[in-house]
Design a protein around this ligand. Structure first.
Ligand SMILES: Nc1nc2c(c(=O)[nH]1)N[C@H]1C(S)=C(S)[C@@H](COP(=O)(O)OP(=O)(O)OC[C@H]3O[C@@H](n4cnc5c(=O)[nH]c(N)nc54)[C@H](O)[C@@H]3O)O[C@H]1N2
Ligand SMILES: Nc1nc2c(c(=O)[nH]1)N[C@H]1C(S)=C(S)[C@@H](COP(=O)(O)OP(=O)(O)OC[C@H]3O[C@@H](n4cnc5c(=O)[nH]c(N)nc54)[C@H](O)[C@@H]3O)O[C@H]1N2
Ligand SMILES: [Mo]
Length: 699
């Protein structure tokens, strides 16, 4: 028997981007383990990825191309050969492109975070074709835009030092579920005496393990952060030297924060003013009076509401007010992705666009339901005639699912889906093309929660007839007659093009060194902003961001109320009085892994957590099937009556495959296609519903 250990990288959309060691026996992957030497992974994997072989060798893997033989959405397919499948796709796309290539929309997200299988050959293909561009907003763009205005890029502290922090504020994140290796470090900090605070409307697995849990209503974090500033400024808990040297706009910020007394913010957030006084007092005292490191782990949960961008901006100002950046263990991390020198132009080749440098129209992936139904398309541009989906499952994950499904059900839409499995989206395909998993292809990865590049070496041969995304687009390019040399690049060639040459942050790192070592850390100072040096236009932390005026936005951090809340929409709130959020379930990764039986068995079935008072008012008891609904749609779930959900809030951990739920629906039946204040991002957690006992109990 031959046994090999292959260095690989976890491909999933998660801040931890783990380094993997894959054990291969006689050509079969038998074990996927965390690399014990990688400082982030520390030899430990989450439950999901430790089951990666169960997913790769799953009996439902798509192993040959398929052609639709039943009505759209019915999931009836017959296997066909690659030549026939690619001929059909090339012919249909070619005919549409001859009229207007913008009628073709590529739809992709982070099914794999790999730079090769994510957005390289596919982007080249669609650029050359002249297809619509995709605004990839579904996850992080509100916060990324806010960080760009505030710091200049998606950059922050290195959480490898967080063990030394004395206060860690976990704001809008649930790291036990979604950022496990950070949580390990937080526990170490706790043992060393750190105070842990969670800010989350829901008592998540993480919040219940913190010393204190502050539970504002969803979408009100901007007001909370401004009130913390209010207290810091009122009580002179400020690092005046840091503010003077490394920030712009303090005077204007002071005037803004003056408007947000703890009493006012407490009323907006539905919490006690004392909670704000306590947190601000502790944060300021530790950082300014005692010169101790204080850290904020900001996350995505708090930016999925109308004011998500401004809320991130307000929180992102806090570390500069108290000089928290002076310590390696202090500051804030939302994302580290902006540290990585990636040559996107080389990977994606926008210069291949027939109209270059003029760009085709852009379709926002977060409003794909409307776009497919012809609503809100840029003036003078054609209806969508074809959509090519890869690395994403929009029928399950995009908001206002009823509209998304109606769009995909259009008889005149030509739909191609590259997938591992017959997802809710694949059911609507005309042609399904089987893609390889991370064990079966090559890739190179950056990360958004740490600062290591990682290599993914191929561990096993592709299963069945599956092909890497790159190879599928290479073959399509050949059929379309695209002859540029970049369409012949191998996956290793592409991996070698990913890192900007000569960038000091990547000194000593290239594809050759990386694929041998598995991972390499960027060269960055331990405390990146101890001496300022933010990558913003002013080089400072921008309390006041002049660029925002040009973009038609409030240049100071502010509070933008949710679209759907009693104060902003009283009539709606009278009919739909409960705020619903649908954050990630621990055993799923967005909608990935829902079809892995052992993981779905652990989650059980779709649940809806509801506060005892809200349940009693509706005659709902624990374990009852309930229906959550609003004007957009409805979903059923089993009620868990629990004060984990604060009053006025219901929580449906997500993202279920619709077809694996009892009523064929998931939380996105209820979510809206409205967008955040900046970054054009979705507002998944800005969603009012009513809940009632389900008419027919499903047992
Ligand atoms: N196991 C697992 N891990 C994942 C994912 C997954 O699906 N499963 N998804 C990955 C992806 S794509 C992403 S983007 C990240 C997401 O990472 P996080 O943003 O950390 O997401 P969650 O872990 O759900 O944490 C969100 C928390 O925010 C809370 N929350 C909701 N609304 C608000 C609000 O208005 N204010 C505040 N303060 N809190 C709020 C929720 O109750 C929840 O506990 O995780 C990644 N990791
Ligand atoms: N209600 C609600 N909705 C949400 C969220 C929420 O919290 N609540 N979270 C949002 C967030 S943060 C995000 S990031 C999005 C995530 O949305 P998506 O990025 O669509 O994520 P997944 O649902 O995991 O779907 C990824 C798909 O890619 C496929 N895939 C993986 N690797 C490959 C590959 O190499 N090739 C091909 N062809 N396919 C591959 C997987 O099989 C999987 O079906 O969902 C959003 N939707
Ligand atoms: Mo995400």
């Amino acid at each position: 028997m031959s046994t090999r250990i292959v260095r690989a990288a976890c491909p999933h959309d998660c801040p931890d981007s783990c380094a993997l060691l894959v054990t291969v026996e006689d050509g079969r992957a038998v074990k996927v383990a965390g690399d014990p030497d990688h400082p982030g992974t520390q030899g430990v994997l989450c439950t999901k990825v430790s089951r990666y072989t169960e997913r790769t060798y799953h009996p439902d893997r798509l192993l040959s191309p398929m052609k639709r033989v039943g009505p759209k959405g019915s999931g009836q397919f017959a296997p066909i050969g690659w030549d026939e499948a690619l001929d059909i796709v090339a012919e249909r796309l070619g005919a549409i492109a001859a009229r207007d290539p913008q009628a073709i929309v590529p739809y992709s997200y982070a099914g794999t975070m790999g730079l090769v299988q994510g957005e390289s050959m596919a982007a080249r293909f669609f650029h050359k074709l002249g297809a619509s561009l995709l605004d990839r907003t579904i996850c992080a763009s509100a916060g990324a835009t806010a960080l760009r205005y505030t710091y200049g890029a998606s950059v922050g502290m290195d959480i490898e030092h967080v063990e030394d922090a004395k206060l860690i504020v976990i704001w809008g994140g649930n790291p036990i579920a979604s950022n496990l290796h950070f949580w390990t470090r937080v526990q170490q900090a706790k043992r060393r005496g750190a105070t842990l605070v969670a800010i989350d409307p829901y008592r998540s697995l993480t919040a219940e393990k913190c010393h204190r849990h502050i539970a504002p209503m969803p979408g009100t974090d901007g007001a909370l952060a401004l009130a913390i500033m209010h207290v810091l400024i009122r009580d002179d808990l400020l690092d005046h030297d840091y503010i003077a040297r490394h920030t712009v706009g303090f005077d204007a910020l002071r005037d803004r924060a003056a408007q947000f007394s703890p009493a006012r913010a407490a009323q907006i957030c539905g919490i006690d003013a004392e909670e704000i006084e306590w947190l601000a007092g502790l944060y300021g005292k530790l950082a300014v009076r005692e010169r101790q490191p204080v850290a904020i782990r900001l996350n995505y949960g708090m930016q999925r509401a109308h004011g998500g961008g401004q809320a991130v901006r307000a929180v992102a100002c806090l570390p500069s007010l108290v000089g928290a950046w002076r310590h390696a263990a202090g500051g804030l991390q939302l994302s580290t992705s902006g540290f990585f020198p990636i040559d996107n132009a080389a990977l994606q080749r926008p210069d291949l666009l027939p109209s270059w440098p003029r760009l085709p129209r852009t379709i926002n992936m977060s409003t794909i339901g409307d776009a497919l139904l012809g609503e809100g398309l840029p003036a003078g541009t054609p209806p969508i005639e074809a959509i090519v989906v890869y690395n994403s499952n929009p029928v399950a994950v995009a908001p206002h699912s009823g509209k998304v499904a109606a769009g995909f059900a259009r008889e005149d839409l030509f739909t191609v889906v590259l997938e591992h499995f017959r997802t809710d989206t694949a059911d609507y395909a005309d042609i399904i093309l089987p893609a390889t998993t991370q064990l079966e292809h090559v890739d190179i990865h950056k990360a958004y929660g740490h600062t290591y590049f990682l290599a993914n070496n191929q561990a096993i041969a592709p299963l069945g007839e599956a092909l890497p995304n790159t190879e599928i687009f290479r073959r399509l390019a050949r059929r379309m007659g695209f002859t540029e040399p970049c369409f012949a690049d191998s996956d290793e060639d592409i991996a070698a093009q990913a890192i900007v040459r000569g960038d000091p942050r990547a000194a000593g790192i290239d594809w050759q060194t990386l694929k041998e070592s598995g991972w390499q850390k960027l060269k960055l100072p331990a405390a990146p902003f101890a001496e300022g040096g933010f990558p913003s236009p002013t080089g400072k932390c921008q309390f006041y961001a002049a660029e925002m005026v040009k973009d038609g936005l409030d240049p100071l951090p502010g509070y933008v109320p949710p679209y759907e809340a009693p104060a902003s929409a009283p009539e709606l709130a009278a009919r739909y009085p409960l705020a619903m959020i649908s954050p990630p379930a621990r055993n799923f990764l967005n909608s990935t892994f829902v079809n892995v039986d052992s993981l779905r068995a652990t989650e059980g079935e779709p649940h809806l957590d509801i506060h005892p008072d809200d349940a009693a008012a509706r005659g709902i008891v624990d374990g009852m099937m309930v229906r959550a609904f609003n004007d957009r749609g409805s979903m059923q779930a089993r009620a868990r009556v629990t004060d984990r959900a604060r009053q006025g809030l219901v929580v449906g951990l997500s993202i279920w495959w619709k077809k694996l739920a009892p009523d064929g629906k998931n939380a996105n039946e209820l979510t809206s296609q409205r967008l955040t204040d900046m970054g054009r991002a979705p507002v998944f957690y800005d969603c009012l519903v009513q809940v009632e006992a389900a008419a027919q109990a499903v047992t």
